[in-house]
Design a protein around this ligand. Structure first.
Ligand SMILES: O=CC(=O)O
Length: 333
């Protein structure tokens, strides 16, 4: 680790934090948030050089990477070009854009957004579910198009209270969703990598079995090799014709083509989707469906949480460059 350096005086030698794409909503690049002056940012997207050439040119000074959703993934190839990197810090909770195996192999520390967004995401998941069940967006569209006056009453939605909710992934977010839905008098069960010893909700080892015993599946788990396309036709068929799926995790946890087919054929009742397999592309078939509520990967965001996120990112970088423990370290290496 480099000694404390005044980076204003010695820009050239100052340790750099690489940013591959502007970070939405928080402008960290201004110096005003940082107390220690031990590093500066290096914005790869401002360079006209091809990325590999840019990274090779600057690699001796790049000690950390700041990554976000939608930025180029931090692959093993990128990390190979950056032998001095000791930290990857992300503004996201999900880390599917980071090659964690390579980070572990190299001992590169990783810090994510921790639990900063859990309440916001959980609120949004419940909002999507209520919207699908009670047809909030669909009836809004009906009124706006003037159809109330010409076609009469809109069909009623279905009650939330009493629904059997299956949470897929009972981490911070899944747990926050469960707590909220308990207050609506729903019953909760879950699937997770492992049974949680201190949780009394029924646990299902198989996601298919969970689906067969629920009215609603809420996808809250991480996207990993194990969870990729885990929610497929078989799981959706087990959920059944009255079943609803809500996804605030990652698009590719659901086999999107099979889900669309199930929705088209009425094999499930509806969906609330904040995330998609190939964002920002959304399957066109979904646009015409009144029983589907769509949002553009915004469950995570509120301006209030972004202030907390900025503090967390700054805190993690300051800690790393001061040789102190990270505030939201991920992993056990
Ligand atoms: O989706 C957003 C996140 O993982 O923070």
């Amino acid at each position: 680790m480099a000694e404390s350096t005044d980076c204003h005086k010695a820009q050239q030698d100052c340790p750099k934090v690489l940013i591959l794409k502007p970070i939405p909503f928080i402008n960290l690049v201004g110096e005003q948030y940082f107390a220690s002056n031990k590093f500066t940012f290096l914005e790869a997207y401002d360079s006209s050089l091809p990325l590999h050439q840019f990274l090779s040119t600057h690699s001796p000074s790049i000690k950390a990477i700041l990554s976000s959703v939608g930025a180029p993934p931090i692959t093993a190839d990128i990390l190979h070009l950056l032998p001095e990197v000791g930290l990857v810090v992300t503004t996201s909770v999900g880390l599917n854009q980071v090659d964690l195996l390579e980070c572990r192999r190299r001992g590169i520390k990783v810090a994510n957004a921790g639990s900063i967004f859990s309440d916001d995401v959980a609120d949004f998941a419940v909002g999507l579910l209520i919207d699908v069940l009670r047809k909030v967006s669909a009836s809004d569209g009906y009124v706006r198009k003037g159809l109330w006056a010409t076609k009469g009453d809109y069909p009623l939605g279905s009650k939330l209270g009493g629904k059997r909710i299956g949470i897929v992934g009972l981490g911070n977010i899944g747990f926050a969703v469960a707590k909220r839905l308990e207050a609506f008098r729903c019953s909760i069960s879950y699937n997770s990598r492992k049974r949680k010893p201190h949780v009394s909700y029924p646990f299902y080892e198989s996601v298919c079995e969970l689906a067969a015993n629920c009215d609603v599946l809420v996808i809250c788990c991480e996207l990993t090799d194990q969870t990729h396309h885990m929610i497929n036709k078989e799981v959706l068929s087990a959920l059944g014709k009255e079943g609803v799926i809500v996804n605030i995790g990652r698009g590719a946890i659901i086999h999107e083509k099979e889900m669309v087919q199930c929705l088209v054929q009425g094999e499930i009742a509806g969906a609330g989707l904040d995330v998609f397999e190939n964002e920002p592309d959304v399957p066109l078939e979904l646009f015409a469906m009144d029983n589907v509520v769509l949002s553009p990967h915004v469950a995570v965001f509120t301006p209030e949480s972004f202030l907390d996120l900025r503090d967390l990112v700054v805190g993690n970088l300051e800690a790393f460059f001061s040789n102190k423990p990270l505030l939201s370290k991920f992993g056990d290496w």
